[in-house]
Write a protein that binds this ligand. Structure first.
Ligand code: SAH
Length: 350
């Protein structure tokens, strides 16, 4: 495409026009000057819609026990090298309370899809956190039954993160043996019906993915009308079937972050840990092209090394007290500020 056409396309996107799949694929492939213009447009939209505040969500990785066998994931069921752990309900509540003391307005409870806690126990944890802190609570525990989602919502959970992973149904089925995209979308639909703020998202650079697949990923997020869109590079994990596949690149991932900001202007968009793990300034670069959320790890140090979805994850040797000032400095260094409060979706009328 000619340079003039690219700027016209970016202008249309910035003005909120619906883009065709091919047009999005073009934006997703930009390099050089065109990419700079894309990032600048995304940054303007971010400033206009969600402002300069960066929301911090404390991430508690409460168990790595999982019955799924996702080909990309380091804690997949068949990986015998992983030492499995579960935090107790008391430890999880304590980690959330310390996140609150560190100044975070919300926590994300994430785990593999296992029976680390039974549904009632997890509901109890949510209830206890809601009763003893002002935190917004997000769950990220995978594909479950509608009844379980309903139970946790009644217990007070505000949000749920369930990335669709890839919008290509064949690729999805290949990468997640025994599972289908349709089932994951059904879960997202239930979460929506139950009144959760919904986060979804995808990985960039999966083997077999193209710019058109990525365009579909973004159009799917728009159709789901997500409150949060998480996008990170695929990073090959040892002892998985994809161990030797090439990783997604920071450039591709940043293009996707910028495009999602243009397509869903008021979404919360995290500068992901995975991006920070493949590029020393990955999270800073994401904040400059559309992102407005960071999810610092608040998992107690002794568990962190066992929750390696991918290798060389940043902050593995830190404790929660070290991550808070470090992330604040990162945010201030980009000319932004740390937002206070639970950081609900701007669409949310609580
Ligand atoms: N079991 C939950 C939580 C998954 S972990 C669920 O299924 O939703 C959170 C996210 O990490 C996943 O949704 C996936 O997008 C990402 N992830 C997993 N393995 C990865 C890898 N090798 N590289 C990059 N991201 C990965």
């Amino acid at each position: 495409m000619m340079r003039k056409d690219v700027s016209a396309l970016i202008q249309r996107a910035e003005a909120g026009a619906d883009l065709a799949r091919e047009e999005l694929a073009c934006l997703l492939s930009l390099e050089g000057e065109g990419q700079k213009a894309l990032f600048a447009a995304a940054d303007r939209v971010r400033a206009r819609t969600v402002g300069d505040g960066v929301h911090l969500r404390g991430l508690i990785e409460f168990s790595n026990i999982c019955r799924m066998d996702c080909c990309y994931c380091g804690i997949r069921r068949s990986n015998r090298r992983v030492r499995r752990y579960r935090m107790t309900p008391g430890e999880i509540v304590e980690a959330a309370q310390s996140a609150s003391r560190l100044g975070y307005g919300s926590v994300v409870l994430q785990s593999g899809e296992g029976d680390a806690l039974n549904p009632e126990e997890l509901a109890g944890v949510v209830r206890e956190i809601k009763a003893t802190t002002p935190l917004a609570v997000t769950l990220s525990v995978g594909e479950r039954t509608r009844e379980e989602y309903a139970l946790w919502r009644e217990a007070g959970a505000d949000r749920f993160l369930l990335r669709h992973e890839t919008a290509d149904p064949d690729l999805f089925a290949r990468l997640r043996p025994g599972r289908r995209l349709e089932q994951r979308l059904q879960c997202l639909q239930w979460l929506r019906e139950l009144g959760y703020q919904v986060g979804s998202g995808f990985m960039v650079g999966l083997p077999g993915q193209t710019a058109l697949t990525l365009a579909d990923d973004i159009l799917l997020l728009k159709r789901l009308n997500v409150e949060m869109a998480g996008i990170g590079p695929f990073i090959p994990a040892p002892d998985t079937p994809l161990a030797d596949a090439p990783a997604g690149t920071a450039q591709q991932t940043l293009n996707a972050v910028a495009c999602v900001r243009l397509v869903i202007p008021d979404a919360h968009v995290p500068a992901t840990t995975a991006l920070g793990s493949i590029h020393p300034r990955g999270r800073q670069l994401a904040l400059a092209c559309g992102a407005n959320v960071i999810m610092p790890n608040v998992t107690p140090g002794r568990y962190r090394e066992h929750y390696q979805l991918y290798p060389n994850k940043i902050c593995l040797r830190e404790e929660p007290e070290h991550c808070a000032p470090c992330v604040t400095a990162l945010v201030l260094g980009e000319g932004r500020f740390v937002a206070t409060g639970p950081g609900h979706s701007p669409r949310w009328t609580a």
